[in-house]
Write a protein that binds this ligand. Structure first.
Ligand SMILES: C[S@@+](CC[C@H](N)C(=O)[O-])C[C@H]1O[C@@H](n2cnc3c(N)ncnc32)[C@H](O)[C@@H]1O
Length: 219
């Protein structure tokens, strides 16, 4: 049976509180490094309506709160208590079926979430739907092609996440849902550098541990 992630992240938040450890990051250093790279790749945001989809305790989008209106959606109510303390406007909900009007947000972020969701294609479709024409959708997840992840899996005692993705798979899904100028950023844990491009490079497909994909909603 698949993991009950709501219960899992509720219990993590009860144990670790506002810490990024509530979101299952490897360690704080790795979280802050990834966040810095991804937010700077996204570019400067001011006066925007932002949705952090699957926000957990809200640590990823916290730096955007000062100059934008940031909404945080999650089904873990325990996590949302901490996201609210960070200044996110919180909403309880399930990403596979969003009760949000079409074209509502300038920027939609979904970080470290789709690896937990079997119906991930529905989530991408919903997130694309709520992104405003001309707005940006950015999703970050785990690379299925990663040699390092394949090796780690051999030693894994408990199954932590459900799925991983190839970059091309996500790029195609973005394009199918009306996103253009689709670009990729690759992270190579535990190294601190990143690469960017269209995701077609064979070596980055094998070596990056996670990646972010962003696109602009046609309109
Ligand atoms: C690994 S954590 C990442 C949290 C945050 N995005 C970050 O990077 O710090 C995954 C989050 O996704 C949420 N989540 C997973 N599946 C969900 C779903 N179907 N609907 C809403 N939230 C979901 C979990 O409750 C959890 O807070």
């Amino acid at each position: 049976m698949s993991q009950n992630w709501k219960q899992y992240f509720d219990s993590k938040a009860q144990t670790h509180g506002a810490s990024v450890m509530s979101s299952d990051y490897y360690n704080e250093k790795s979280f802050f490094m990834q966040r810095a790279h991804t937010l700077s790749w996204l570019g400067e945001l001011k006066g925007k309506e932002v949705l952090d989809a699957g926000c957990g305790v809200g640590a990823f989008s916290e730096p955007l709160v000062a100059e934008n209106t940031v909404y945080g959606l999650d089904f873990s109510e325990e996590s949302l208590k901490f996201a609210a303390q960070r200044g996110l406007k919180t909403m309880t909900g399930d990403l596979t079926n969003l009760d949000i009007e079409t074209g509502r947000f300038d920027v939609v972020l979904c970080i470290g979430v789709i690896q937990l969701i079997e119906r991930y294609a529905d989530v991408v479709s919903e997130l694309a739907r709520v992104t405003k024409p001309g707005g940006t959708l950015l999703i970050q997840t785990l690379n299925r092609g990663s040699i390092q992840r394949k090796m780690l899996k051999l030693f894994e005692k408990e199954k932590k996440f459900e799925r991983m993705y190839m970059m091309g798979e996500l790029k195609e899904l973005f394009e199918r849902h009306g996103l253009e100028q689709v670009e990729m950023m690759q992270h190579y844990h535990p190294f601190t550098f990143v690469t960017t491009g269209d995701g077609s490079g064979g070596l980055s497909n094998r070596l990056c541990t996670s990646f972010a994909v962003k696109g602009r909603k046609r309109g």
